[in-house]
Design a protein around this ligand. Structure first.
Ligand SMILES: Nc1ncnc2c1ncn2[C@@H]1O[C@H](COP(=O)(O)OP(=O)(O)O)[C@@H](O)[C@H]1O
Ligand SMILES: [Mg+2]
Length: 289
């Protein structure tokens, strides 16, 4: 008998044809590396997991570090399992049991509310994964009992990343304010428009990562106007981000009153309701004063 709780799929995996429970697939993306995609994906997933059932998928397939950020290991052979998921698009009683065992192979449980699918952690495996495998995996996971699926991505515009962005309901575009990011972002949007990608589902976050790059000589408003997508917030630089990443503990859990955690909450509230503090916490704050 499968231990379904291990994967958090205890509710409706047996009956995937019922109404999809996932309300949102949110991809965190940028044309730039080192701008905080994985950090933001991790923090968003951690925050959502305080209210919702969450899965985070690492689709920076070659060099993903979501497993490291949560201090878990990816599983050998996991990618073979992901490839086999494609065989289970048509559900019947037998295939469901097989499919569940495959999902249990690839999903790692962080706690009751938060599961992750790490990147393979092996470049040879990673190279085997194609666009269709990714589409199949996302389609299968969409049917599982999650309210939110966060997908961390690579800073590429290749077929695999585009498959993720197309499947996502919302895309958080992470930008840093330096000249090379700006040039790359302009090129990206030209490409996305050429590809007839639905940019209306994208919104932008500026992250103030520590950087020696030349700062952008342009106002944020101008940049937002030029890109033409919704702007959510600017995340401040905070030395604790790196510390918490190293400790594999999300900042939104450990330092939830920090400006950075507040910024993450503003992003979270864009897509899912009820991300504010619990009432009892608000009272305890008032009483402290
Ligand atoms: N707001 C921030 N303040 C300070 N350090 C940050 C901030 N955001 C990200 N970092 C650090 O920047 C580095 C790159 O972040 P990461 O999330 O790995 O970026 P990406 O996934 O885009 O490559 C990491 O060392 C991370 O700890
Ligand atoms: Mg990353």
């Amino acid at each position: 008998m499968l231990n379904m709780r291990r994967c958090g799929l205890e509710n409706d995996v047996h009956n995937p044809s019922t109404e999809h429970r996932v309300k949102k697939i949110i991809a965190v993306y940028s044309s730039k590396g080192g701008v905080g995609k994985s950090t933001i994906a991790k923090e968003l997933a951690a925050l959502y997991s305080t209210k919702y059932k969450v899965l985070i998928i690492d689709m920076d397939i070659e060099f993903g570090d979501i497993a490291t950020l949560f201090n878990v290991e990816s599983r050998a052979g996991m990618m073979n399992s992901i490839r086999r998921l494609g065989d289970y698009q048509d559900y019947n009683a037998e295939s469901v049991v097989d499919r569940e065992s495959i999902i249990c192979d690839i999903v790692v449980k962080i706690n009751e509310e938060l599961d992750i699918i790490p990147a393979p952690g092996n470049l040879l495996d990673a190279r085997e994964i194609g666009e269709t495998d990714i589409e199949n995996m996302i389609d299968v996971m969409r049917d599982c009992a999650y309210d939110v699926i966060i997908v961390d991505t690579a800073n590429t515009a290749d077929d695999r990343t585009m498959a993720v962005l197309r499947r996502a309901d919302k895309v958080v575009l992470v930008e840093s304010l330096d000249t090379s990011t700006y040039v790359e972002t302009m090129a990206l949007f030209e490409f996305l428009r050429d590809m007839q990608f639905d940019i209306s589902k994208m919104s932008m976050v500026i992250n103030t990562v520590p950087s020696k790059a030349k700062e952008l000589d342009i106002h944020i408003e101008e940049l937002i106007d030029l890109i033409g997508i919704r702007f959510i917030t600017t995340l401040p630089q905070n030395y604790r981000v790196r510390l918490q990443n190293n400790l594999a503990m999300p900042l939104v859990w450990m330092h939830r009153d920090s400006e950075f955690a507040r910024g993450i909450r503003r992003i979270a509230e864009e897509f899912m309701p009820n991300m504010s503090y619990e009432k009892k916490d608000m009272f305890s704050k008032i009483f402290k004063k």
